[in-house]
Design a protein around this ligand. Sequence first.
Ligand code: HEC
Length: 201
Amino acid sequence: MANEEKKDELLDHEADGIQEFDNNLPKWWLYGFYLTIVFAIAYMMYYHVSQDGQVSKAEYEQEIAEASLLTANAPKSSSKRLTILTDKASLEAGKVIFEGTNNLCYTCHKEDMGGLVGPNLTDEYWIHGCSIEEITQSITTGFPEKGMLPYGSNNTLTDEQLLQVASYVISKKGSNPPDAKPIEPDREIICPPSQKTTASK
Ligand code: HEC
């Protein structure tokens, strides 16, 4: 038993008066040490070789992606493509909504959409965009801080009514009403008349 014999045998060097024994490492220490090796290998396999686990960067990117999905799903930008209604009956229904007391659009945008409290909706200058998706979005959310409640008056419209009134707004593009409100500087989105999407009248 060479080991036994060597127990507590002093090594023949010293530093600042400190000497040391040449004993074996205690078992508990050794097993702890082996455990760290096993853990390190498992860790490397899981995160770097098989890549089943997500390293911090991937985890971060995933969370950002999830967060932006959340905001994308919020009312702001619906990816749903909408079709502008152009038939007479739909535009007539849209006009009734626009000029009706249920949603009060006319009170702020004026019956001819030349603008009053709200902006002119007939020319090529827009604040929030002039596509059918953007217009339905503007109507759905409203701009409460500017005075426009969701759906004008907080009275919800069905999807069909929403499309009707938005299509009616689009049908008035380029209609050039008299005494239209001048262009405010924040109306920065330009929708040229060439993009005119009016209905067959
Ligand atoms: C109480 C006044 C008010 C009512 C009622 C109202 N609006 Fe508005 N509307 C505004 C104001 C003010 C803005 C400008 C918001 C801004 O500056 O961001 C606006 C903006 C808009 C826009 C975006 C214009 C752009 O340039 O991007 C559309 C479209 C719109 N309104 C349509 C409607 C429709 C349709 C209704 C009825 C369902 C309606 N509004 C009811 C005041 C009103």
